[in-house]
Design a binder for this molecule. Sequence first.
Ligand SMILES: [Zn+2]
Length: 142
Amino acid sequence: MAGANKTGVNNPDPNKPWCSKCRGHTEFTEEEGTRSSSEGSYTVTIRKCVECNKEIYVPYAKKDGFLHMTIMCFAVFIGFYLLLLYISDLSGDESEKEAIGFLIKTLPVICGGSWLYFTISSGLFYLKWKRWATELGWSKSE
Ligand SMILES: [Zn+2]
Protein backbone atom coordinates (compact mmCIF):
# COMPACT_ATOMS: atom_id res chain seq x y z
CA MET A 1 0.00 0.00 0.00
CA ALA A 2 1.04 3.62 0.41
CA GLY A 3 4.14 4.93 2.14
CA ALA A 4 7.82 4.16 2.14
CA ASN A 5 8.70 0.88 3.71
CA LYS A 6 11.72 1.29 5.92
CA THR A 7 12.47 -1.98 7.68
CA GLY A 8 9.91 -2.60 10.36
CA VAL A 9 8.93 1.00 11.01
CA ASN A 10 5.89 0.88 8.79
CA ASN A 11 4.97 -2.74 9.34
CA PRO A 12 1.98 -2.55 11.65
CA ASP A 13 2.35 -4.93 14.58
CA PRO A 14 0.02 -4.48 17.55
CA ASN A 15 2.48 -6.26 19.83
CA LYS A 16 5.29 -3.82 19.13
CA PRO A 17 5.63 -0.38 20.75
CA TRP A 18 4.35 2.39 18.54
CA CYS A 19 5.05 6.12 18.61
CA SER A 20 1.91 8.18 18.11
CA LYS A 21 3.96 11.28 17.29
CA CYS A 22 6.22 9.77 14.63
CA ARG A 23 3.44 7.42 13.52
CA GLY A 24 5.54 4.29 13.28
CA HIS A 25 7.14 1.42 15.16
CA THR A 26 10.23 3.50 15.71
CA GLU A 27 13.44 2.60 17.48
CA PHE A 28 13.12 2.97 21.21
CA THR A 29 15.08 2.82 24.42
CA GLU A 30 14.05 0.77 27.43
CA GLU A 31 14.45 1.96 30.99
CA GLU A 32 13.47 0.41 34.25
CA GLY A 33 11.37 2.79 36.25
CA THR A 34 10.01 2.45 39.76
CA ARG A 35 6.42 3.18 40.56
CA SER A 36 4.93 2.92 43.98
CA SER A 37 1.49 1.76 44.93
CA SER A 38 -0.22 0.94 48.21
CA GLU A 39 1.25 -2.58 48.03
CA GLY A 40 4.79 -1.27 47.71
CA SER A 41 6.89 -0.27 44.78
CA TYR A 42 7.24 -2.22 41.58
CA THR A 43 9.32 -1.80 38.49
CA VAL A 44 7.93 -0.95 35.11
CA THR A 45 9.59 -0.77 31.76
CA ILE A 46 9.43 2.66 30.24
CA ARG A 47 9.97 2.76 26.51
CA LYS A 48 10.93 5.97 24.84
CA CYS A 49 11.01 6.75 21.15
CA VAL A 50 14.54 7.47 19.94
CA GLU A 51 13.25 10.03 17.41
CA CYS A 52 11.17 12.29 19.65
CA ASN A 53 11.87 11.01 23.19
CA LYS A 54 8.17 10.53 23.84
CA GLU A 55 7.00 7.57 25.92
CA ILE A 56 5.59 4.92 23.62
CA TYR A 57 3.26 2.01 24.22
CA VAL A 58 2.27 -1.36 22.81
CA PRO A 59 -1.18 -1.06 21.18
CA TYR A 60 -2.44 -4.45 22.40
CA ALA A 61 -1.15 -3.84 25.92
CA LYS A 62 -3.18 -0.64 25.95
CA LYS A 63 -6.22 -2.58 24.91
CA ASP A 64 -5.69 -5.05 27.77
CA GLY A 65 -5.07 -2.20 30.16
CA PHE A 66 -8.53 -0.94 29.34
CA LEU A 67 -10.06 -4.20 30.55
CA HIS A 68 -8.01 -4.27 33.73
CA MET A 69 -8.88 -0.67 34.48
CA THR A 70 -12.57 -1.35 33.98
CA ILE A 71 -12.49 -4.28 36.39
CA MET A 72 -10.43 -2.31 38.90
CA CYS A 73 -12.71 0.73 38.87
CA PHE A 74 -15.71 -1.50 39.26
CA ALA A 75 -14.13 -3.38 42.17
CA VAL A 76 -13.11 -0.14 43.91
CA PHE A 77 -16.57 1.26 43.41
CA ILE A 78 -18.39 -1.80 44.79
CA GLY A 79 -15.90 -2.11 47.67
CA PHE A 80 -16.29 1.49 48.81
CA TYR A 81 -19.98 1.48 48.23
CA LEU A 82 -20.53 -1.52 50.51
CA LEU A 83 -18.15 -0.08 53.08
CA LEU A 84 -20.02 3.22 53.13
CA LEU A 85 -23.35 1.45 53.44
CA TYR A 86 -21.93 -0.52 56.34
CA ILE A 87 -20.64 2.61 58.09
CA SER A 88 -23.91 4.36 57.43
CA ASP A 89 -25.74 1.50 59.14
CA LEU A 90 -23.54 1.75 62.21
CA SER A 91 -23.75 5.49 62.73
CA GLY A 92 -26.85 6.85 64.39
CA ASP A 93 -25.99 10.49 63.80
CA GLU A 94 -28.06 12.27 61.12
CA SER A 95 -25.26 14.55 59.92
CA GLU A 96 -22.93 11.59 59.66
CA LYS A 97 -25.50 9.75 57.54
CA GLU A 98 -25.77 12.84 55.37
CA ALA A 99 -22.02 12.99 54.87
CA ILE A 100 -21.94 9.30 53.96
CA GLY A 101 -24.87 9.78 51.61
CA PHE A 102 -22.89 12.54 49.91
CA LEU A 103 -19.87 10.25 49.55
CA ILE A 104 -22.06 7.53 48.08
CA LYS A 105 -23.29 10.00 45.48
CA THR A 106 -19.77 11.26 44.76
CA LEU A 107 -18.24 7.81 44.46
CA PRO A 108 -19.60 6.98 40.98
CA VAL A 109 -18.34 10.35 39.76
CA ILE A 110 -14.81 9.73 41.03
CA CYS A 111 -14.67 6.11 39.81
CA GLY A 112 -16.42 6.90 36.55
CA GLY A 113 -14.21 9.92 35.98
CA SER A 114 -10.93 8.09 36.39
CA TRP A 115 -12.24 5.20 34.33
CA LEU A 116 -13.33 7.57 31.56
CA TYR A 117 -10.01 9.40 31.62
CA PHE A 118 -8.07 6.17 31.29
CA THR A 119 -10.43 4.72 28.70
CA ILE A 120 -10.25 7.80 26.53
CA SER A 121 -6.47 8.12 26.66
CA SER A 122 -5.72 4.44 26.02
CA GLY A 123 -8.67 3.96 23.67
CA LEU A 124 -7.55 6.92 21.59
CA PHE A 125 -4.02 5.57 21.44
CA TYR A 126 -5.24 2.19 20.20
CA LEU A 127 -7.61 3.79 17.70
CA LYS A 128 -4.84 6.05 16.42
CA TRP A 129 -2.62 3.04 15.88
CA LYS A 130 -5.45 1.09 14.27
CA ARG A 131 -6.25 3.90 11.85
CA TRP A 132 -2.60 4.21 10.93
CA ALA A 133 -2.27 0.43 10.54
CA THR A 134 -5.41 0.18 8.41
CA GLU A 135 -4.05 2.87 6.11
CA LEU A 136 -1.03 0.64 5.58
CA GLY A 137 -3.20 -2.32 4.76
CA TRP A 138 -3.20 -4.02 8.15
CA SER A 139 -6.12 -6.31 8.84
CA LYS A 140 -6.99 -8.01 12.08
CA SER A 141 -7.52 -11.45 10.57
CA GLU A 142 -3.86 -11.67 9.65
ZN1 LIG B 1 8.55 9.35 18.12
